[in-house]
Design a protein around this ligand. Sequence first.
Ligand code: PSU
Ligand code: MN
Length: 305
Amino acid sequence: MKNYISLSEEVRTAKEQRKPIVALESTIISHGMPYPQNVQTAREVEQIIRDHGAIPATIAILDGKIKIGLNDDELEDFGNSKGVAKASRRDLPYLLATGKKGATTVAATMICAELAEIKTFVTGGIGGVHRGAETTMDISADLEELAKTDVAVICAGAKSILDLGLTMEYLETKGVPVMGYQTDVLPAFYTRTSPFPVNVRADDAETVASTLKAKWDLNLTGGAVIANPIPEEYAMAEKDITAVIETALKEAQEQQISGKEVTPFMLSKVKELTGGKSLDANIALVKHNAHVGAEIAVKLAGMES
Ligand code: PSU
Ligand code: MN
């Protein structure tokens, strides 16, 4: 197993010194944002994590290795590459065997983080149950991963391109805690609220960390969602984003988009239809998640027995 994993210098040193580490995904870099904003944002997010006392580990598949931490050149090259494969659980073996580049989704990043013994992972939004899943069966592998892999995912909830109600039901069935960070309801990525209550509310990093510790001390396998609303000043108007999502969903149906293409198609349509505004919102919420995620990682590291 060790043969497949390659730690960056920074991450290796952090591990030796038992510093808190925060994992970051790479699908958001290659499929979620345009170049060069993607690389710029990735660097800034990493710096926010350092500024709050933890070490960032951006995870990607390169040269037949699971890279835990990318150096500056690797990040630049990765963010500027065309045709990087979107890598979820099922894709990891083939990409590692063939040496092709892979951008890890939430599911794959959780797997890689667990292999590297990293418990905290910051991203933008998670995948979930798609609208119409009762006939398409389109349910993100992210949810199954949350059910079985011991990594906490700090995100801004999930985009309402998904069926948020069914996503919450699925997480409940699988026993995945959904903690609202300073909120009682599930945030919907671009907006701070949705009609769906979270499982529990946590008002500080200490509460989140001690809840995670209790879960894993009891061998209650699986991850947790820490849902952190987008900062007020970047939140988009509910009716604007709802209209955009309806249009994007209609186009996806007309073009018969299916399988792993659905989420990237929806993300790029939403981006196109909202112009620069959605990208600004996206960058702001990831940075906010990085801040909160680093604080949680620091608290968790302090509780290690
Ligand atoms: N949702 C977002 N932004 C993203 C993704 C989801 O708001 O970048 C990406 C994440 O990497 C997530 C993946 O793990 O899409 C889910 O894809 P799918 O629905 O195909 O499982
Ligand atoms: Mn899917």
